[in-house]
Ligand binder design. Structure first.
Ligand code: ADP
Ligand code: ASP
Ligand code: MG
Length: 417
């Protein structure tokens, strides 16, 4: 008997009518003979609403209490979904994270799944029930509720697919699959039939929120086949799978952007071995993840003469949510290490191109930089890996840059693979 995990995102369960519609879809799969485990997000807007309430109640909400509050969004949707299945005459049971055996570490707000004991789900599946599991949540070793971070229901779904050895993990959302770029930003975005784990991993980490990054990591590590589809249409969607030869034929397969980053710059820092390590270790100790880093020789403070490498300007980017904290830390550190000035800029965006074909195509960066230059967009930072190039630009140009790059790499045409 095939075993299927079906995950429905918030927009797919935004009201009772939509819940009924996706319940019919799950029940149909069950009646066709599959074991079905459904993972749900909170109803659209509910997690944001709860965060708003928490901030009204307390300007700096305790992370444990916040998790306890946020988990109620998914608690509501699984119970409603189970009731909708019941109305269709199907045997069904809903489960909160801990009832589904999902154990996490105790980092509230961005907990990691440590293990899943699927015994109870297996028993209920064997009794012929549809199991409906609350996404985005688990339980730590103290017995407290934890949440996995925004978009975390995708991770719950993939982790359950691993634990239950499912044949496929279906991610149902509000678009037809994975596109060459966000279809809400670029009208000519094309749906791909398939994309490899590595490309999806880069696209997720560079701003394509359609799949949460940890879920892709997990799927790649365990070889889980993911099928991304529209929740309310029968179209074929996109398969996320191993790389194949077709995918290498095109240098660039996707364009992404992220406006959730900020840059910190320390000007005219005395340059000696260990200075970068000193700066970055302060940020790392605060649990802040640094992405791009640039270091340039600079003139000594107070002179017009060219520097001989004794002074340096040092810039790095951090998630926008950590901006204020990182800036405060660097202002304090800047005084200690003798920086002339510490600057912050949260008016930036990162625009990126991704494709495994970049490994064997030359000149990709030139096309990217020319396309941005043609629109008058200035690049302030650049970073590359084997299969991606990212540029930091002014935030107001983010969507224009996406459309320019999508056009420059001719992604609006028919997509193969
Ligand atoms: P869900 O609520 O189902 O989890 P999300 O809002 O998290 O859905 O993700 C779906 C959204 O991701 C789409 O509506 C789309 O705007 C956005 N998105 C960004 N990049 C892409 C892409 N390359 N392909 C498809 N969707 C994308
Ligand atoms: N409800 C959570 C969020 O809005 C988790 C999810 O939707 O995956 O981020
Ligand atoms: Mg999502």
């Amino acid at each position: 008997m095939p075993r299927i995990i079906q995950k429905y995102g918030g927009s797919s369960v935004a009201n009772i009518e939509l819940i009924r519609a996706v319940a019919r879809r799950a029940v149909a799969a069950k009646r066709e003979g599959a074991d079905v485990v459904v993972v749900l997000s909170a109803m659209r807007g509910e997690t944001d609403r709860l965060i708003g309430l928490a901030n009204e109640a307390c300007p700096d909400p305790d992370p444990r209490e916040l998790d306890s509050l946020l988990s109620t969004g998914e608690q509501t949707s699984v119970a409603l979904f189970a009731l909708a299945c019941q109305a269709l005459g199907e045997k069904v049971k809903s489960f909160l994270g801990h009832q589904a055996g999902i154990k996490t570490d105790d980092v509230h707000g961005k907990a990691r799944i440590l293990e899943i004991n699927p015994a109870r789900l297996k028993t209920e599946l064997a009794k012929g029930r549809v199991c409906v599991v609350a996404g985005f949540q688990g339980q730590d070793r103290h017995g407290d509720v934890t949440t996995l971070g925004r978009g975390g229901s995708d991770t719950t779904a993939v982790a359950l697919a691993v634990a239950l050895e499912a044949d496929v993990c279906e991610i149902y959302t509000d678009v037809e699959g994975i596109y060459t770029t966000d279809p809400h930003v670029c009208d000519s975005a094309q749906k791909m039939d398939k994309i490899c784990y590595e490309e999806m991993l880069e696209m997720s980490s560079l701003g394509a929120k359609v799949m949460e990054i940890r879920s892709v990591e997990l799927a790649m590590n365990y070889g889980v086949r993911i099928h991304v589809r529209h929740a309310h249409s029968q179209s074929t969607g996109t398969i996320i799978c191993e790389e194949d030869a077709d995918m290498e034929r095109t240098p660039v397969r996707g364009v992404t952007h992220s406006v959730n980053e900020a840059r910190i710059t320390l000007l005219k820092v005395p340059d000696h071995p260990g200075v970068a390590a000193t700066i970055l270790s302060i940020v790392a100790k605060a649990g802040i993840i640094v992405d791009m880093i640039i270091q340039n020789h600079s003139e000594p403070p107070g002179t017009d003469a060219g520097g001989e490498g004794l002074w340096t300007d040092f810039s790095f980017t951090v998630p926008a949510a950590d901006y204020e904290n990182a800036l405060d830390l660097m202002r304090a550190a800047g005084r200690e290490i003798g920086a002339a000035e510490v600057l912050g800029d949260n008016n930036i965006a990162k625009v990126s191109i991704v494709g495994v074909g970049m490994r064997n195509h030359a000149g990709v960066a030139t096309v990217m930089f020319q396309a941005l230059a043609k629109e008058g967009i200035n690049l302030s930072m650049i970073s590359t890996s084997e299969i991606k190039i990212s540029c930091v630009i002014e935030k107001k140009y983010a969507e224009l840059a996406v459309r320019a790059l999508h056009g420059a790499f001719k992604l609006g045409g028919p997509i193969h693979g």
